[in-house]
Design a protein around this ligand. Structure first.
Ligand code: FMN
Length: 184
């Protein structure tokens, strides 16, 4: 039986690269997630925050909205029901730009949706603190955050040429992807 179109189960995963740094390891990991979703025939799209207008913190927050930015929100936030946030560790936490991105739109656009978080760091913590803090922010925005949050430390050593070499990390990430997919 066909579901009425307004009840049809659509699923689109937006993978957010939580930094605007060029050639980031976070972007490389986002591509890994994209490839994995594609292999499972799950629709997904990557939003690298480096593509946001460079002045969006001033021009797109607090009620102002350009057509260009509205289209970004439409495509990557409104039309998605699941999110992966790839969060690099900067000074012991998540980068400010990813919080500014959340602050640039109403929480209504993301409330009730689901998110998976993954931490990335050069050092040993895998952005443990940043993951916890970001989960708190999303929780406030009524986003359902998966409890399974892989922490990928020593990222330069374990992610090379888009390949996640470390078997333990690979298993954690694949498990998380399957958990996100299985949410209806
Ligand atoms: C501003 C800044 C602060 C950083 N602070 C930390 C840190 O506190 N701990 C750490 O392990 N790595 C830190 N790093 C290194 C990043 O974790 C590293 O670049 C890693 O590849 C993830 O960031 P990326 O996605 O920008 O590549 C920092 C990098 C930048 C640019």
């Amino acid at each position: 039986m066909m579901l009425p179109s307004n009840l049809m189960l659509i699923s689109m995963v937006t993978i957010v690269v939580g930094t605007n740094r060029g050639n980031s390891k976070s972007a490389e990991l986002a591509k890994f997630y994209e490839k994995s979703f594609n292999e499972k025939e799950i629709s997904c799209q990557v939003l690298d925050l480096k593509v946001l207008p460079s002045d969006f913190i001033f021009t797109e927050c607090f009620g102002q909205r350009s057509e260009q930015y509205a289209q970004i929100l439409e495509k990557y936030v409104i039309n998605a029901d699941k999110f992966v946030f790839v969060l690099p560790e900067y000074h012991g936490g998540f980068p400010g730009i990813v919080k500014s991105f959340l602050d640039s739109f109403s929480g209504d656009l993301i409330a009730g949706k689901h998110a998976a978080l993954v931490g990335v760091s050069s050092g040993r913590a895998g952005n443990l603190r940043g993951l916890d803090a970001f989960a708190g922010v999303l929780g406030y925005m009524q986003v359902e955050v998966l409890a399974n949050r892989p922490k990928l430390s020593n990222i330069e050593g374990v992610l090379k040429g888009g390949v996640l070499a470390n078997a333990e990390n690979l298993a954690k990430v694949e498990k998380q992807i399957l958990q996100l997919i299985s949410i209806i």
